[in-house]
Design a protein around this ligand. Structure first.
Ligand SMILES: [Zn+2]
Length: 218
């Protein structure tokens, strides 16, 4: 068993991943938000209205599982509700990343899910990435829409909005965000080339077997 991280280590990790999201161009201005479930009662989240590329460990906000602030000088992200919904429905998940990576968000704005079996490793690592129908960011309606998808997916496109990913830890949730954007870019290139050769259903079946082993080994 790995030693559990201290609160300070979680704070530093959120700052580091926030910087990466910004450097990759996955967020603009003060977009995006991140959180980590530190234990059964406490969630550490990014504050509202700050660039994820310029956070300091002390800017983060500690909340309980209902979203009430336990410590921190700032208000938590206006989209915290979405994070709390994910933690509630997925006990296996301890981190959530939300961003607007341009290509995947383009698919979300076009009303297109990323659910075609184009790349073998994506099928194994992510399965498919569905599109949640539009609801106002931060609203209870968005949580309701996501509730249907969260149990079966680690990455979800949100129509006319962006992408949310989750993971057993923050690095995994962040890597899934990178993978979704990479998948969207490759998918877009096949659209530009005017040709997509999809994996056959037999090949997808074999990959899904690998996926269940992959998920079992996590
Ligand atoms: Zn958002």
């Amino acid at each position: 068993m790995p030693l559990s991280k201290t609160e300070q280590q979680h704070r530093e990790e959120i700052v580091e991943i926030g910087r990466r999201l910004h450097q990759q161009g996955f967020v603009a201005g003060t977009d995006g938000n991140l959180s980590v479930r530190m234990d059964s009662e406490r969630i550490l989240a990014t504050p509202t209205g700050m660039s994820k590329g310029m956070l300091k460990p002390e800017d983060l906000v500690l909340v309980d599982k209902q979203g009430n602030r336990l410590s921190g000088l700032r208000d938590a992200s206006s989209e915290l509700r979405m994070h709390l919904t994910i933690y509630e429905s997925r006990p296996d998940t301890n981190a959530v990343v939300h961003a607007h990576p341009p290509t995947a968000t383009g698919y979300a704005a076009a009303g297109l899910p990323l659910d075609k079996p184009l790349l073998a490793e994506i099928v194994v690592v992510l399965g498919s990435v569905p599109l949640a129908r539009y609801a106002t960011p931060g609203s209870p309606e968005l949580s309701e829409v996501l509730k249907e998808l969260i149990p079966h997916h680690d990455a979800i496109l949100m129509a006319n909005h962006g992408v949310v990913t989750c993971g057993t830890d923050l690095l995994q949730a962040y890597f899934r965000m990178e993978t979704v954007e990479h998948y969207a870019r490759v998918s877009l290139i096949t659209e530009l080339l005017g040709k997509q050769t999809l994996l056959s259903s037999q090949d997808v079946e074999k990959l899904m077997e690998l996926r269940s082993r992959y998920l079992g080994s996590k």
